[in-house]
Structures are given as C-alpha cells and as structure tokens.
Design a binder for this molecule. Structure first.
Ligand SMILES: Cc1cc2nc3c(=O)[nH]c(=O)nc-3n(C[C@H](O)[C@H](O)[C@H](O)COP(=O)(O)O)c2cc1C
Length: 315
C-alpha cells in the first residue's frame, strides 16, 4: 500500500490532503473523522473580535461562489483559550491562520500564537478584500518580505505564507516570502470578483467584492504552483478547485507537496475523506510506493521553460 505521508519542512503530514482555512472547523468531526486528515487548518483569526462583512456574504455564480465573509471571529484570546483546545483533541498537526492590517500586529500575532498546541502558523497576507497596504501584503513583493521577516523574528514555529492569486507577479512574491524565512507557501487565496444583480442593479454581496472559489480556478492556480515550484526550494501547498483525487495528483505533479480543500468540502463534507481514499487507490493501482514520488514529476523536460507570454513570470 502506498505511503501517503509528506513532509512540509519539519512537519510530517500523514497524507497530503488538508482543509483550507475558513472552509472548515473542528465541528466537522460530527460528520468525518478528523484524525484521517493530513492537517487541521483553523479559520483565520484576527486580534480583536470581528463581526465580519455586511450581508449577503455569499452569492452563487455559474462558475462557483463568490464570498466575502470578512474574517469574523472572537479574537485571539478567545481563540487560544477555547478553540485551540478543541483542535488539540485530534492527532493531525494544527495550522492556525492569522491576519492583521499592520506588519507590527502580524508579528505580535505570530508570537502570541506560538503556544504548545499550535504546530504551524499560516500568515494570511492575501485576504482579497483587504487593502494591499493594509493586510493584503501578498500583492507586493516588498510588503511580503517585510511582513514575513517581522513574523519570522517573533516565532520559531513553522511559518507558512498564503499568497494571493490577484498579484501580478506571484513568482517574485513567493521568492520574497522564501527569502524572508517562510517554511512553506500556500498557493493561493481567492480571486477578487464581482457579481451584479440584474433585478435591482446592485452588487450581489454586501461588501461589493468577494473572492471566487470554484473548480474553474484549478488550471490557473495550478499554473501558479508550477511556476513558483520552479523558482523556490520550500514546499508548496496548492489550494484552488480541488474536487477529486486526480486534482491532488495534478497539483503534486506541478510541484506541490500537499493540497488544501475548501469548496469541495462545502458541497459535500465527506469529500476530503473520499479524496484521501481515492488517492490511495489511484497510487496503488499504478504501483506508486510513496506519494512523494509525484512531487514535481510533471514530464516537461523536453518543453521550453516559461515564456514571458505567461502572466506572473518574474521580469
Ligand atoms: C467561506 C469561505 C471562507 C474563507 N475564509 C478564509 C479565511 O478565513 N482565511 C483564508 O486564508 N482563506 C479563506 N478562504 C479561502 C480558502 O482557504 C481557499 O483559499 C479558497 O476557498 C480556494 O480553495 P477551494 O477552491 O478549494 O475552495 C475562505 C473560503 C471560503 C469559501
């Protein structure tokens, strides 16, 4: 039987399938066995309690949903006291995601979240409805470098950095995060989007803009993972449009070491477990002994390297 375990820096995941931040909570344990997952990923936490964005916060489109939840939460103190212990009841490593509007506070959050039950800190520097200079730092190489450098100085925990698909040059931003001390890159957050209602001519979301999540995004994010993987040495977690085991394989072939899943888990809360089982069967049928054999195994050696015609190639 295939060995599904993967290493993300110092952290070993029993398999490469984990939930995406914000699309998951420990309460899913009522429906699926959380101990089967590669990691547990908590919703992004901010320092102060937040109500989130005005409603409606979700709207359907032909190609998935756009959402602008607005990072609601009860604040970091409540999170550490009440939510971390809920996750700590389970075996997979706990990844906690945090966001802020300033670099100083991002760094302070990294320190305060460095408690024993937390295994990884994920810097959500890519919330699409935040300002590029006010927390959505992954839109800029320099802001990314400054934010991750500041966080790195305040925590010894593994630090994963969630990048934005809305940045023009994700390769340079990924390199900046790596240079600043990131242990892994999470590619990517959601695509900034807009839906307008034709009955009242109003934007469909209370916050006007939202992030699109959809299987349709997979080819675009896959391209980003592929391009970044060619330029960095740290592991990548691919997130965007994974709905089946073959999508995990595709992301791994492009260079990801693991994947995160949001949308598919909304449609069917058992999807993550099905994908893990199917991935195991897919590997076994092909005689693959270790899933890590797939990482970066795309057969492209006889093809030209990236041309500048492709967006997001560093220039
Ligand atoms: C309802 C909802 C809430 C989300 N909240 C967060 C969040 O708090 N932090 C974050 O980093 N990403 C958040 N995301 C983005 C997901 O983590 C993920 O990047 C995105 O959904 C793309 O993956 P998917 O195509 O598998 O859904 C959210 C997505 C959804 C649908």
């Amino acid at each position: 039987m295939v060995d599904l375990s993967v290493k993300i820096g110092a952290i070993t995941l029993q398999n490469p399938v984990q939930p995406a931040s914000g699309a998951f909570s420990w309460e899913y344990n009522d429906v699926i066995d959380l101990n089967r997952l590669g990691a547990l990923v908590a919703k992004t936490i901010c320092r102060e309690p937040r109500l989130g964005n005005p409603t409606p916060r979700m709207a359907e489109t032909e190609a998935g949903i756009i959402q602008s939840i607005g990072l609601p939460g009860k604040g970091i103190d409540y999170f550490i006291e009440h939510i971390v212990p809920e996750y700590a009841k389970f075996k997979p490593p706990l990844v906690v995601s945090c966001s802020s509007e300033s670099i100083e506070d991002f760094a302070a959050l990294a320190e305060e979240l460095s408690v024993p039950d937390v295994d990884v800190i994920e810097a959500n520097i890519s919330c699409p409805t935040r300002n590029a200079t006010g927390g959505n730092f992954a839109m800029h190489e320099n802001y990314t470098r400054d934010c991750i450098t500041a966080m790195r100085a305040r925590t010894k925990k593994p630090l994963w950095v969630k990048l934005s698909p809305n940045a023009g040059d994700i390769v340079s931003i990924a390199k900046a995060a790596e240079d600043a001390g990131a242990d892994a890159l999470v590619i990517a957050n959601t695509f900034l989007s807009l839906k307008i209602r034709t009955d009242n001519f109003r934007p469909a979301l209370g916050n006007k803009f939202g992030g699109l999540v959809s299987p349709a995004l997979k080819p675009i994010v896959l391209r980003m993972v592929y391009q970044v993987a060619k330029q960095v040495k740290i592991p990548i977690i691919g997130i965007g449009g994974v709905t089946k085991a073959e999508d995990v394989v595709e992301y791994m072939l492009a260079g990801a070491s693991a994947v995160g899943i949001g949308y598919a888990g909304f449609r069917n809360p058992t999807a993550l477990i099905t994908i893990i089982d199917d991935l195991e069967a897919w590997c076994d049928e092909r005689g693959i002994k270790k899933v890590t054999e797939l990482i970066g195994a795309v057969k492209d050696q006889d093809m030209e390297t990236d041309t500048l015609a492709a967006a997001s190639v560093g220039i």
